[in-house]
Design a protein around this ligand. Structure first.
Ligand SMILES: [Zn+2]
Length: 309
């Protein structure tokens, strides 16, 4: 696991075991806050041990989960002293999807045998401000990558932990690309010296606006491509030929994972657009059927059927 210091009292940890997923640690004079807890116990423990060693007093006060995905929450159980904070939906999503997914993952990933889902107790709807020590943390709901995205903005340091709303490759499978664009537009209005992405390198002040713009362009491009492919009755496989570079993102990001995330985005969007088209067609067919019915009634009124003799 890699550790870097993005300001005097903020550390970022990047997994070497899983997709460059990140976690954070912010120190204050009244204890510290951990943001996300990594998927594998080996690295979650390194994060915890470092955090306990360096935090004082009161050690670790809060663990904030940026969303419910496994790679951000599995380590929660290793921080029993901390209150777990997340967006309101995270709790339900973990119970509904996180718990069964973990049981399944344990069957083929022995490293996860000891992991237990620890649910958040303090839930945020749209925004919550936490004051700890001399620092202010503004937690904001940023949906799009998932329904429960939560960003953590450390006001005095102008550092944002964005979770997977910001990744080297925007990822929208089971998410909502328009909500994600909206969340990115909100993030663009923040004063930032550093932005910690859910996966990939920490972005520094000068590069943040460009990366956000690139993500928005990418999301609009892939949505348009999927829409066109469905509208032209072309097969799903036609989208596979469109490389990530053609959508504005270099294929070297996330150590080669980029292309597979990109393909998953395209396939998911294609299915979504196809589904939407079917629903529109069904609605139109229903409308036509209703019109036929109404027409029959009115015609009946205008031209009464001949009386039976
Ligand atoms: Zn993630």
């Amino acid at each position: 696991m890699l550790r870097e210091r993005v300001s005097e009292d903020i550390y970022v940890f990047t997994s070497e075991l899983y997709a460059q997923v990140t976690a954070g640690l912010v120190l204050t004079e009244e204890g510290s806050i951990v943001v996300d807890t990594l998927p594998f116990p080996q690295e979650s423990r390194q994060l915890r041990d470092f955090a306990r060693r360096i935090s004082r007093p009161n050690s670790i006060r809060y663990v904030i989960n940026t969303h419910f995905h496994a790679d951000h929450v599995y380590g929660n159980y290793l921080f029993p002293e901390a209150e777990i904070v997340a967006q309101r939906r995270t709790r339900h999503l973990l119970e509904r999807w996180g718990k069964p997914a973990l049981e399944e993952a344990k069957m083929h990933t022995p490293e996860l045998a000891e992991v237990k889902i620890r649910l958040p107790g303090l839930l945020v709807e749209n925004e919550l401000t936490i004051r700890l020590g001399e620092k202010t943390f503004i937690l904001t709901h940023y949906p799009g990558n998932s329904a429960d995205g939560l960003g953590v903005y450390v006001v005095e340091r102008k550092v944002l932990f964005a979770g997977d709303v910001m990744m080297s490759v925007p990822y929208i499978v089971n998410g909502d690309p328009r909500q994600l664009i909206h969340s990115l537009q909100k993030i663009r209005t923040l004063q930032l010296d550093a932005l910690v992405q859910g996966h990939g390198p920490v972005l520094l002040k000068g590069e943040i606006p460009d990366k956000i713009a690139l993500s928005i362009t990418y999301l609009r491009t892939i949505e348009r491509l999927a829409e066109q492919t469905v509208a032209r009755n072309r097969p799903r496989s036609a989208l596979r030929q469109i490389g990530i570079e053609a959508c504005g993102i270099p294929n070297i990001t996330l150590g080669g994972l980029a292309q597979s995330l990109h393909e998953a985005n395209l396939m998911w969007l294609y299915d979504k657009k196809l589904q939407e088209r079917k629903e529109r067609e069904r609605a139109r067919a229903n409308e036509r059927a209703e019109n036929v019915d109404t027409g029959a009634v009115s015609r009946g009124k205008e031209e009464p059927a001949p009386m039976a003799t």
